[in-house]
Design a protein. Structure first.
Length: 395
């Protein structure tokens, strides 16, 4: 018994200098003091090697959950050899306020229920609202409900030979029942987004899966021949903005379009997926803009953290408007995915929900619909691309 006590005492004496060194290091914030990847990953604290968060360029302890990379195997580096990893996207594109205003009009048009209007009325509205000549190609719809019964999700596809544009606009949330389902499945976990990487919200995945094959096929058909060099612009408001991002990344990953010909303008879009999805998206789609009206609660409604753990993460390209969103308004281009100088840590302001509809138009959800005399007569339709899609033909 005495012998074992002596062995323990000798062990403690031998380990004491090392223990004191680690305690001193911990008190001085040893990991957090490292300012570059190499020095961070060659540093140890509390018997553990420090880790480098590639996204925020900060050093932390392996057990830390207070950093944006703690849930990511892609971005939380542990070996000095990984410091030169080419993971993050490079910038270089310019935000166009004129194109943003034009896309807000298309995002509003996507809210028009095609089953309650006719081709002639819709074409007249496009002629009236768009200065450049655009030809409507198709409007596709598909059931996207999971538990409750509400109207289908939809996307509008149009082309302009003079502007050399192919536009795809996705509808946003169309009813309170749909909103309830979105919120319900926005906080019940994520699913893997195999084509791109990372995980996305379950409801986003449902909507994307119901529309993507149809939209992809129409885009491929539209880009054939004289339209092959056209710029492809994806847009949408709220849920539609989230769908624009998912479809853009998938079109590039599936090699349907090149990143160099792709633009994304999302208005008041919520977080779409986790940090790995956000980084994968930023790498695939480099000309992407999230237009945010300050205090709009929807971009923050899917939380960055859930139960103290990292949850969802914004893509890059936030354009923050503080007073109003118009052609003449001042705005800030935000550098980071979750930029503290922009809306990243803004508190949820549910009383500011009216801001969610004020993107270049007075009430983006109903602006175009209000200009139409909605009918109960169906437009011309056929089953499109897959049996679960319905297309409203515009020719």
């Amino acid at each position: 018994m005495l012998k074992s006590h002596k062995i323990c005492l000798i062990s403690v004496i031998l380990l004491l200098p090392s223990l004191l060194q680690h305690v001193a290091a911990a008190r001085s914030g040893y990991c957090s003091q490292q300012s570059d990847c190499s020095s961070c990953l060659n540093t140890r604290q509390w018997f553990m090697g420090c880790k480098w968060c590639l996204l925020t360029q900060t050093c932390h302890l392996p057990l830390s959950v207070s950093n944006d990379c703690s849930s990511s195997s892609l971005l939380d580096l542990s070996s000095p050899a990984e410091c030169d990893a080419d993971i993050l996207a490079e910038g270089g594109h310019n935000y166009s306020v004129g194109l943003a205003e034009l896309m807000a009009r298309w995002a509003s048009l996507a809210y028009v229920p095609p089953w309650q209007t006719n081709v002639t009325s819709l074409k007249q509205l496009v002629t009236q609202e768009f200065a450049s000549p655009y030809e409507l190609v198709e409007v596709v719809t598909s059931d996207c409900d999971l538990l409750m019964d509400y109207g289908p999700c939809s996307a509008v596809v149009a082309v302009s030979s003079s502007e050399q544009h192919v536009v795809v606009a996705f509808s946003g949330t169309g009813s309170p029942v749909q909103l309830i389902e979105e919120l319900l499945f926005g906080f019940t976990g994520m699913v893997h987004f195999e084509a791109v990487g990372g995980q996305i919200l379950r409801y986003n995945s449902r909507v994307h899966d119901s529309l993507y094959s149809c939209v992809r096929s129409i885009v491929e058909d539209t880009l054939t021949g004289n339209s092959s060099n056209h710029q492809v612009i994806l847009t949408g408001h709220s849920l539609g903005g989230a769908q624009a991002q998912l479809t853009a990344a998938r079109l590039v990953a599936d090699q349907v379009v090149n990143d160099s010909q792709l633009h994304v303008y999302a208005f008041g879009a919520p977080r779409v997926g986790d940090v790995d999805f956000a980084v994968s998206y930023d790498k695939l789609v480099t000309n992407s803009w999230r237009v945010v009206y300050e205090s709009d609660p929807v971009p923050q409604i899917v939380p960055k953290r859930l139960a103290l753990q990292p949850y969802a993460y914004h893509t890059k390209g936030e354009v923050l408007y503080q007073e109003n969103v118009s052609l003449l308004s001042n705005y800030t281009i935000c550098k980071e995915n979750e930029d503290e100088e922009c809306s990243a840590d803004a508190p949820l302001c549910f009383s500011c929900i009216e801001h969610h509809g004020q993107y270049f138009l007075p009430g983006i959800e109903g602006y175009m619909s209000d200009k139409l005399s909605l009918q109960t007569q169906m437009g011309d339709t056929h089953n499109s691309r897959r049996l679960h899609c319905k297309a409203y033909v515009m020719t």
